[in-house]
Design a binder for this molecule. Sequence first.
Ligand code: AHR
Length: 504
Amino acid sequence: THARIAIDRDFTIADVPRRLFGSFVEHMGRCVYTGIYEPGHPQADERGFRTDVLELVRELGPTVVRYPGGNFVSGYRWEDGVGPVGERPRRLDGAWHTIETNAFGLHEFVDWAGEAGVEVMEAVNLGTRGVEEARALVEYANHPGGTAWSDLRRRNGAADPFGITLWCLGNELDGPWQIGHKTAHEYGRLAQETAKAMRLVDPSIELVAVGSSNRQMPTFGTWEHTVLTHAYDEVDYISMHAYYQEHDGDAASFLAEAVDMDAFIDGVVATIDAVKAAGKHRKQVDISFDEWNVWYQRGLDTDDQPHIVSASKQWREHPRLIEDAYNVTDAVVVGTFLHSLLRHGDRVRIANQAQLVNVIAPIRSEEGGPAWRQSIFWPFARIAKLAQGRILRLAVESSQVPTARFGDVDAVDAAATWDEEAGTISLFLANRSLAEAGDVAVDLRGLAATGVRSAEVLTVPGDGDRLSANVETDQERVGLVPLRDVGLDDGTLRATLPPLSWAA
Ligand code: AHR
């Protein structure tokens, strides 16, 4: 396998949108409770935040974290999560068949986000609620004081406003599983009016309209078109969600799923721009890809996939839900998803890996026990740190790998950024070939590189296979190791990637 890549300083796509490296904390399973928050854990601080998890979050480096859902938000009353903890109500969460204690709510999340150094992205409930509750929440969070809602925030311990800029207008309301599922017309009008009312409270906010829950939805395309036809002028972004998994051992197709992600993004961009043209709008709506990841969905009505819940099932607090263990193949695929997001960084300006801890997450933790990094932690952590400056438009010529789902695809998938001030180029490469090493030559035209600052690779560990994963009893089996076969030769960077690998 071989690839030739040309980089030219004059061919750039956009500035690196730092919000592309976002994550997601939902009140689901053990993401909040026993994930980021576990009073009584030996490493919890006085507020109950797990400092071991916080340290891993800082190392992962997300820039923005979406909260509090997800499907959860479509039945959530945000007022339940503020005020004296002892007086907060216990509620049934229908989305995940869970008892919500409300011990953790908005103030706790804002505090936690400050500790983690991330921006808060807050979702409002447009499933069971509407305009009034959404504008009240903006007033509670962002108004300095002197009104009922803002003074309640102050009485609850936050003298300063939270200053939340990014807001999601609901979650997956195109999905029949969603509490308060709507038609595109119903949602488009509600999003338009809610956006208007929220902005009248705080004109500085940015708003994300709900797009399709995935590319296979029967309403994909028409949903975005209808929603934006109503709400184009009132919103700044439309959302995308996508989850991928390996089917029936077909690793070749799974490794090529970024081809699907590329096409999905292109389709949403085309739809946005069609509405813009027909409506003679001047401003540009962009994309918030606010849920993406690998997720092994195992069918309905199981503990893993509680969208539909059998009557016999117990109501519990923070049950163990969709705690996927990620392997080497998943990590390489996650690397290629981040490449796809970077390649579309001119239009995808926000993206959130779903989720942050335990629930389909790069970080795992056990109640009363340890926290550790999953394989997919590594490409995220490195790209979030190294992708700075401008995104480069690459010319890639690669040998091909055959796949059942996508035909022939590039064996080597790549993305790169250039930080002119720091004088560094960051190059991210995946070798999708399961059997062959990949010889890559990068022509660094006009960029006069003088040396390789660092080179690391994630691949199959010596004693393992492509399904090797990090588990509680073996937490560092899959990780980054130095990439040795790399060097500069007369303006050309040459690297050899092991079969099935991701490198920075
Ligand atoms: O991230 C898990 C779930 O996936 C979210 O709650 C929902 O929005 C999506 O279906």
